[in-house]
Ligand binder design. Structure first.
Ligand code: FAD
Ligand code: SF4
Ligand code: SF4
Length: 519
């Protein structure tokens, strides 16, 4: 039996989480959170082959996008599929709460607790494991060990799909996203690596629909992040595909290319040579450079980053996001659920966390296992240790204080930040518990942001939350802690360009702040 098959039987970790939140209770009447429930009436669109309205015009350069400041530039509105924006956009109407109806339709069940108490954070889990490609796929500048690239190549080579929608780089800028419809494994390998800014991946939809109509494509693999996947799922029935596989990655704290430049300029000693970076599970940002012999990997403690210079780096969409772990994907790959391998382990040699949500996701893993590259896939069971709850609260409170201008005026010295990072790596939440820490923190931070800064038409004061995020907020508010944070003065909202369309230079233009924006 291939190790992946064996691990699939090992559905959930046998080790119970070492730390637990206080028991989840419904909010007391009058407690004040008044979380809007998702619509019970949403149905995923039928699998028809109706094309997007020919009369629907993509957004014109310079015009406002329907989701305004919270648009993540997923690309849908740059196509005639904009006709479906009201039902598809992750930031309009029921928004990300559509996951509650989408998940049972896609995976056969909701997040019902069968995932070992982890599904509020991780989504529906049919199976999960740690994996790594050893060695990484040759000739591919992968972000981690290249599981995503290897899965996509295997799917193409096995004839499981005819094309892969993925994100390559702009010819003149390796960090700038360029969505492509890859037809060969070589094209997929050339698109390896994260381009760490918002990618208009759904602008590929007309190309996909045309290829389907021409008879050159019927089975598609889409690689993308949660907001893109949600919009794609809503219009997938219009594409005429025989099958759609979705290989997701986790995603949080994304932003515009300009924000990335600001981040690298203020954090790295060599911003122009940076090729990959991650907020790693050892509480340090690892920045990998084009020539590691010339510029070794930088490891900067989170606590020593110049927070005051980084206020506009994350886009308002990503402060409004409740789908970190990509609930609508068939299979999800990320790094935050895997334990730290030590300073001697490069990102490309590290374990990754793989969550299989349904039979389509399992078929993708099987295709890799059976392929020539399958012998390079190492797998082992997930692990977890430590306790997240106190650290989540401390992180949210520190973040909130900084936003009100009450945080430290200068970054923590690197020696002290490194010491704290080392202690947390040894004794703090690790493995799956670290992933749950990260999701809890981002859900709570984003909940506070949306409640404070986003007004909606029609009375509700913030976007509806999907059930998993709602459960997280309720658990931390069992003693009224979230209410108390909401009662404090909020400070300014995150800024950034209001998304208005493509500029002549092919990138996004605009200006203003998200604060007070309307959804
Ligand atoms: P590779 O084999 O290098 O393949 C990476 C794939 O990512 C490529 O196929 C490419 O199509 C796709 N891609 C590149 N840029 C983008 C983009 N901008 N938008 C959509 N798709 C893109 N994991 C976590 O655990 N926590 C996080 O906070 C987190 N944030 C992420 C943010 C972004 C924008 C992305 C794209 C990924 C993020 N991930 C996160 C996932 C993680 O960084 C790796 O993508 C994942 O572990 C796969 O690594 P790999 O070596 O297998 O990928
Ligand atoms: Fe359109 Fe996508 Fe922006 Fe929503 S996020 S407004 S669907 S481009
Ligand atoms: Fe989209 Fe959320 Fe990632 Fe932002 S953080 S790019 S909204 S999935």
């Amino acid at each position: 039996m291939h190790p992946v098959t064996a691990l699939r039987a090992h559905r959930h970790p046998s080790t119970p989480p070492a730390g637990r939140l206080p028991g989840r209770r419904p909010l007391a009447a009058g407690r004040g959170l008044n979380l809007p429930a998702s619509s019970a009436h949403f149905q995923p669109p039928p699998c028809s082959t109706v094309r997007a309205s020919a009369s629907a015009q993509p957004i014109k350069p310079g015009s406002a996008y329907p989701a305004g400041a919270t648009c993540s530039t997923c690309g849908l509105c740059d196509t005639p599929f904009i006709a479906s924006v009201r039902d598809a956009c992750a930031f309009l109407g029921d928004g990300m709460a559509r996951l509650d109806a989408l998940e049972p339709a896609l995976h056969g069940r909701s997040r019902d607790g069968r995932g070992g108490g982890q599904e509020d954070q991780l989504g529906v889990i049919q199976a999960q494991f740690l994996g790594r490609m050893a060695p990484p796929p040759p000739g591919a500048a992968t972000q981690w060990s290249g599981i995503v690239t290897s899965l996509a190549c295997a799917a193409l080579e096995a004839g499981l799909v005819d094309g892969v929608a993925c994100v390559a780089s702009q010819p003149d800028d390796p960090l700038c996203p360029r969505p492509i419809l890859a037809r060969t494994a070589a094209e997929v390998r050339a698109a390896a690596g994260v381009k760490p800014s918002l990618s208009p991946s759904l602008e590929l939809l007309p190309q996909v629909a045309d290829a389907v109509a021409a008879g050159t494509l019927s089975r598609l693999l889409f690689i993308g992040v949660g907001c893109q996947v949600q919009a794609l799922r809503a219009v997938a029935g219009q594409l005429g595909l025989a099958s759609l596989l979705v290989l997701g990655t986790n995603c949080t704290d994304n932003g515009w290319k300009k924000g990335l430049e600001t981040f690298l300029a203020s954090s790295s000693a060599s911003p122009s040579t940076a090729r990959h970076y991650e907020f790693h599970v050892d509480y340090r940002v690892h920045i990998v450079h084009a020539d590691p012999a010339a510029v070794p990997t930088e490891r900067i403690p989170y606590f020593s980053l110049p927070a005051s210079k980084l206020t506009d780096v994350i886009a308002p969409s990503c402060y409004s996001c409740f789908d970190y772990t990509n609930g609508g994907a068939d299979l999800v790959v990320g790094y935050m659920g895997a334990p730290y391998g030590g300073d001697g382990t490069p990102m490309r040699g590290s374990w990754q966390h793989v969550v299989v949500r349904n039979a389509r996701g399992a078929a993708l893993v099987d295709a890799l296992s059976a392929s020539a590259a399958g012998s390079a896939l190492e797998v082992r069971p997930v692990v977890e240790a430590g306790s997240r709850a106190a650290l989540v609260r401390a992180t949210v409170e520190a973040d909130d204080a900084a936003r009100r201008g009450e945080g430290p005026t200068s970054p923590m010295p690197v020696w002290l930040g490194t010491l704290i990072a080392r202690l947390l790596t040894m004794f703090g939440p690790r493995g799956i518990e670290f992933a749950r820490y990260s999701v809890d923190y981002h859900v709570l931070r984003n909940f506070l942001y949306t409640r404070r800064h986003l007004a909606r038409k029609g009375g509700a004061s913030s976007p509806p939350l999907p059930a998993g995020a709602r459960a997280i907020v309720e658990a931390y508010n069992a003693d009224g802690w979230v209410d108390r944070l909401l009662a404090a003065p909020p400070g300014p909202g995150p800024g950034g360009p209001v998304v208005k369309g493509r500029g002549a230079d092919g990138w996004w233009v605009g200006g203003g702040r998200a604060e007070g924006g309307e959804l």
